[in-house]
Ligand binder design. Structure first.
Ligand code: GRF
Length: 193
C-alpha cells in the first residue's frame, strides 16, 4: 500500500453548521500517514459555527456562505470548490440539504455522517425518536449522499446500546464518540485501505 504524502492526498472540504467535533476528528485523521485525504477547506452556512475555530487552529481555509437563495449559493460553493481543486466533500453536521444538481456535480464524492442506524431515523431528532421507539440500539452511519435525504449507499455503521437511563443527550454523547472513529474508518474503507 503506497502511503500518500501531503501534496498528493485527496483534497477534501468539510461542510459544517455547528460544533465541528467530527471536523476536528477528520482533521486529526488527515494528518496521519495512513490517511488518503487532506482537509483543505472548511465550508459553513453559519458564521456562528463553533467549528469554524478549527480553521485558525489548524490553518485551514474557511468560507462562509449565506443561504438566502439556494440555487445561487450552491453555484458559488461549487465554483469555490472547483477553483480550489476539491475532490471530496465530507458533510459533518451540515444542516442544509444539497440539491440534485449540486450532488450530480460531485457524483460519488460526497459523504455524510448521520447519528442513527440508517435506514432507521432519517432526518432530525434521531436520539429522542430512537428512545421513544424503545429501540435497544442506536448508532451512527457513514453513507454516500444521493438526492434523497439520508438515503445514499451505506459505507459503515456502528451500533451503540441504549440503556434504560439514557436521555437524548446522553445517547448523543455516546454516539458522537463512535462517530469520531467511524468517519475515518469509512474513508479508509472507500479507498480500500
Ligand atoms: C453529529 O451527530 C452528526 O452525526 C450530525 O450532526 C452532529 C454534528 O456534530 N449530522 P459535530 O458538529 O460534528 O460535533
Amino acid at each position: 500500500m503506497a502511503l500518500l504524502t501531503g501534496s498528493n492526498k485527496i483534497k477534501t472540504a468539510v461542510f459544517i453548521s455547528g460544533t465541528g467535533s467530527n471536523l476536528r476528528s477528520l482533521i486529526k485523521f488527515s494528518k496521519t500517514k495512513k490517511s488518503p485525504i487532506s482537509i483543505n477547506m472548511i465550508i459553513s452556512n453559519n458564521c456562528k459555527s463553533k467549528g469554524l475555530r478549527f480553521s485558525q487552529i489548524f490553518k485551514i481555509k474557511k468560507k462562509i456562505f449565506n443561504y438566502k437563495n439556494n440555487t445561487l449559493v450552491e453555484k458559488k460553493i461549487l465554483s469555490h470548490l472547483k477553483k480550489n481543486k476539491i475532490d471530496l466533500i465530507c458533510l459533518a453536521g451540515f444542516m442544509k440539504i444539497l440539491s440534485k444538481n449540486f450532488i450530480t456535480n460531485f457524483k460519488g464524492k460526497i459523504l455524510n455522517i448521520h447519528p442513527s442506524l440508517l435506514p432507521k431515523f432519517k432526518g432530525l431528532n434521531t436520539h429522542s425518536r430512537a428512545i421513544k421507539n424503545n429501540e435497544k440500539f442506536s448508532g451512527c452511519t457513514v453513507h454516500y449522499v444521493n438526492s434523497k435525504l439520508d438515503s445514499g449507499k451505506i459505507i459503515l455503521q456502528k451500533k451503540v446500546k441504549i440503556t434504560k437511563n439514557d436521555t437524548p443527550d446522553s445517547l448523543a454523547k455516546k454516539i458522537l464518540i463512535e462517530e469520531h472513529k467511524l468517519y475515518p474508518r469509512a474513508i479508509l474503507k472507500i479507498f480500500n485501505l
